[in-house]
Design a protein. Structure first.
Lengths: 121, 110, 359
């Protein structure tokens, strides 16, 4: 079971990530899960083989701020979340505009459970 | 740890291998003409004994690749060899143990 | 100001086994920047895993990567076992280590061959790949598949290695060691090889930490990180010492992997020597519920599985973060400043596995 989960909100996310960055944590990845009612975002950080997680609850249609200005390695995974879940990420250092994993003709937001989450054509 | 002589600076490091290979047979086989005996445990292709099969369809339900189609009436058991991933999960699941995983690769002409 | 040229590198390129594109920004022959574009082989495996039951998913997950497949299934099974509170029999744990370390050997050999190929040493490439056949053959004989072993399952392993095959595994280890001693001087000491690898694609420790690289790439830059130290599975019984190099160039990355080859051989032998008798598989009842993070050290670095069950046989979420995914930002830091002709060697030195990255 996962221990060490710190809940964050959209407002406190960036300051908390900044705090963790200063403590020399390494960003492992960001996991995004579409639970139907809301989207659950987990930020995994590692230090000395111990995982620390930040949990963010994201309502439908909400934008998530990018942490790529703090951790550059978040660029790829945030672009992936933007592509596959249709969650807009704001402030990406390198923005592929939803075309990193997907091509022009591919289905929109394939991992989102609710079709309404897909951005309009 | 690599042995010490692996770390000595040598100029023509590959010459040894070269002379060794000159006196040896090729490592490869002329494949379709000479074939290696298959290992007994290898998962090569799936076969069924239709006399034992009770057409329960458990194998088709378990198949991760949806390669099997089983029908009760008329009795049929169909395997799509291009979909089959040779995991032998169906062989383990079969209540009658009527399927076997053969060690040879399936040949088109066989 | 020098004129800048942008040239595409890939998605099809002789050194790339899998498609990835890097847009290289050049000033004369010097590369000053690189922008990756991936997405050529996104297969939607994470989505598909949510539509298969948790046992069927094992076979799917093995196919995430065509090289470190067993370690993927091992990481996944460890996660599910933790979720369902299943205690794996000790024999199964040791058998897993044997196959996992064999996979590491075959993956590192594959990488070394490709590296030799990338700087044009074709005969070394063939020599290494011939040695790799030995590992593949013993895996075929013990597990029933050459790369897709399909032996790991929730609650243990699906096959036992009988005593006569155990002897053969040990004999293969000796054979492999003799092979290694033969070609490793060529990789480490050969003048022409050194010219292509020493000082090329340097990644300093600070940048390595900041970009979050993993595996041999991180270890070659002096970062002490090897998840086997965290004692998962039967690694609890063995002491694994991370192989560290300080230089951070392509040569250091080859050195780390060379030493890991010998280390893996040693671990196979230790695991065989301490192989306990008894069950290798226990039946598992029920469905996974809850969420779990499982991490395993793969040949390329640490892999993370985030699994979320809901009490049914289907998982709510199966998330994989593969090592190459974490190493890509590091690659972007290695490339600027190098010559165009060094780019293939640098890309190969992180051991890219693009199908893993995109799943």
């Amino acid at each position: 079971m996962i221990t060490n989960i710190i809940p964050v909100t959209l407002d406190t996310l960036l300051s908390k990530v900044g705090e963790i960055f200063l403590q020399k944590y390494r960003l492992i990845t960001i996991s995004c899960t579409d639970l139907g009612e809301y989207i659950d975002v987990l930020y995994h950080f590692d230090k000395n083989y111990e995982i620390t997680n930040l949990r963010l609850r994201l309502e439908r249609g909400q934008e998530v701020p990018s942490i790529s200005s703090i951790y550059f390695s978040a660029v790829i995974v945030e672009n992936e979340i933007q592509d596959l879940f249709g969650v807009p990420v704001k402030g990406l250092v390198l923005d592929y505009g939803g075309k990193m994993m997907l091509a022009e003709a591919s289905p929109k937001a394939p991992q989102a459970n609710c079709p309404a989450a897909a951005p309009a054509e | 740890m690599p042995p010490a002589y692996c770390l000595m600076p040598i100029m023509f490091t590959f010459v040894r291998t070269l002379f060794r290979n000159l006196s040896r047979k090729p490592a490869t086989r002329t494949y379709p003409f000479t074939q290696r005996e298959p290992f007994a445990n290898f998962r090569g292709h799936l076969t069924i004994d239709p006399a034992v099969c009770i057409y329960c369809g458990i194998c088709a339900k378990r198949c991760p690749a949806n390669a099997l189609v089983v029908a009760k009436s008329p009795k049929s058991w169909t395997l799509d060899p291009y979909k089959c991933i040779l995991c032998s999960y169906c062989v383990e699941a079969c209540p009658k143990k009527c399927m076997t995983m053969r060690p040879e690769h399936q040949r088109k002409d066989a | 100001m020098t004129r800048q040229t942008i040239i595409p590198f890939g998605p099809q390129h002789p050194v790339l086994p899998e498609p990835i594109q890097l847009k290289l920004v050049l000033e004369d022959k010097k590369v000053v920047g690189a922008i990756p574009s991936i997405g050529y082989i996104h297969r939607g495996l994470e989505k598909l895993a949510q539509q298969k039951d948790y046992i069927q998913s094992i076979f799917l997950i093995e196919r995430i990567c065509g090289i470190c497949s067993f370690l993927h299934s091992m990481a996944y099974c460890q996660g599910i076992e933790e979720m369902m509170n299943v205690e794996v029999p000790p024999r199964a744990n040791n058998l897993r280590i044997i196959w996992a370390e064999m996979h590491r050997i075959h993956s590192h050999l594959l990488w070394m061959g490709l590296l030799a190929d990338s700087f044009g040493f074709e005969s070394l490439f063939m020599e290494i790949w011939r040695c790799r056949e030995t590992v593949l053959d013993i895996m075929e004989e013990t597990a029933g598949g050459r790369v897709m072993l399909g032996v790991c399952t929730v609650g243990g392993v699906r096959r036992d290695i009988p005593p006569e095959l155990i002897k053969k595994v040990l004999a293969t280890c000796d054979e492999l060691q003799a092979h290694f001693d033969h070609f490793i001087p060529s990789i480490l000491n050969d003048y022409s090889v050194k010219q292509r690898t020493v000082g090329v694609g340097v990644l300093t420790k600070e940048v390595a930490l900041e970009r979050g690289v993993v595996g041999p790439v991180a270890r070659a830059s002096g970062v002490v990180m090897d998840h086997r130290v965290a004692k998962y599975g039967a690694y609890a019984n063995f002491d694994v010492e991370p192989q560290i190099e300080q230089d951070g160039d392509c040569y250091a990355r080859s050195k780390v992997r060379v030493r890991e080859l010998y280390q893996s051989l040693d671990l196979v032998r230790q695991s065989v020597a301490t192989l306990p008798e008894g069950e290798f598989n226990i039946p598992v009842k029920g469905n996974p519920d809850g969420e779990v993070i499982s991490r395993v050290e793969q040949p390329r670095g640490e892999v993370l599985y985030y699994l979320r069950g809901n009490g049914s046989k289907f998982l709510d979420r199966m998330r994989v973060r593969t090592p190459t995914f974490a190493n890509l930002p590091g690659l972007l830091a290695m490339i600027p400043g190098c010559e165009l002709s060094d780019v293939p060697v640098i890309i190969l030195s992180i051991d890219p596995c693009i199908s893993c990255t995109e799943r």
